[in-house]
Design a protein around this ligand. Structure first.
Ligand SMILES: C[S@@+](CC[C@H](N)C(=O)[O-])C[C@H]1O[C@@H](n2cnc3c(N)ncnc32)[C@H](O)[C@@H]1O
Length: 219
């Protein structure tokens, strides 16, 4: 409950950056991590927009001794909380000590790790961002992923339509452009989606693959 309260306070301070009034539910965290949960080989995972750690905690239950996790969060207040209360405790602390889990307190746009990750799991409020930021974030994520790597993110069900209906002027134009851009990415790259009702508000997890997985060649 304390986490929810701190999350809400941060939203009231910086609504566009936080983009949600409550942390993701455990059902949404599990849905976003599903492709990684099914992975049977050593994997590198990047979480972006970790906030108070709702998804990080779930990733901690899935992380195998052969895996690595980078946790990216732009806000130093949330980053401090993650370090103390999520990365500093079970089950992640041993992996942090081994250097397999790292906290990156920076904007995701500054990550320069080309072709490094098998999975990128996002809690970013993409639909609250300006179009330029959405484009920059997706470009970086796309470059960070290995061929065949999977990007998972969520949107609140119906939120884009509600904002388009109620917003005026510049905000209405922003959500129209962001919506058109996201729809193009979804049409081109989405291979699955899942609606998660036990979340406030209900959410849709989307799974995108920007490039095909490398094929095995036999000689
Ligand atoms: C909707 S909250 C999600 C928090 C948590 N992952 C969850 O699902 O409950 C979005 C988080 O993204 C962070 N964020 C926003 N813009 C970011 C950026 N450019 N790079 C990294 N993190 C960012 C915010 O500070 C906030 O903690």
């Amino acid at each position: 409950m304390l986490t929810h309260w701190r999350f809400l306070r941060r939203y009231l301070d910086k609504p566009q950056m936080v983009g949600a009034v409550a942390p993701s539910s455990s059902a949404l965290a599990a849905a976003l991590c599903e492709p990684y949960a099914r992975c049977r080989h050593p994997a590198r995972v990047l979480e972006v927009g970790a906030g108070t750690g709702a998804i990080t905690r779930h990733l901690g239950t899935l992380l195998k001794p052969t895996d690595e996790l980078d946790v990216c969060e732009i806000d130093p207040v949330f980053a401090g909380l993650l370090e103390r209360e999520v990365l500093g405790g079970a089950p992640l602390a041993p992996a942090v000590a081994q250097g397999r889990v790292r906290l990156l307190c920076m904007p995701v746009q500054d990550i320069a790790a080309v072709g490094h990750y098998d999975f990128v799991v996002s809690g970013l409020p993409l639909t609250a961002f300006p179009l330029r930021a959405v484009h920059d974030v997706l470009t970086v994520i796309r470059h960070c992923l290995k061929p065949g790597g999977v990007f998972s993110y969520f949107e609140y069900v119906g939120l884009r339509r509600v904002v388009r209906t109620l917003a005026l002027g510049e905000e209405r134009r922003r959500i129209r452009y962001v919506s058109e851009y996201l729809n193009r990415q979804i049409r081109k790259y989405q291979f699955a989606e899942r609606t998660v009702l036990p979340n406030v508000p209900p959410a849709r997890a989307r799974y995108l693959r920007f490039t095909a997985a490398p094929t095995m060649t036999t000689s």
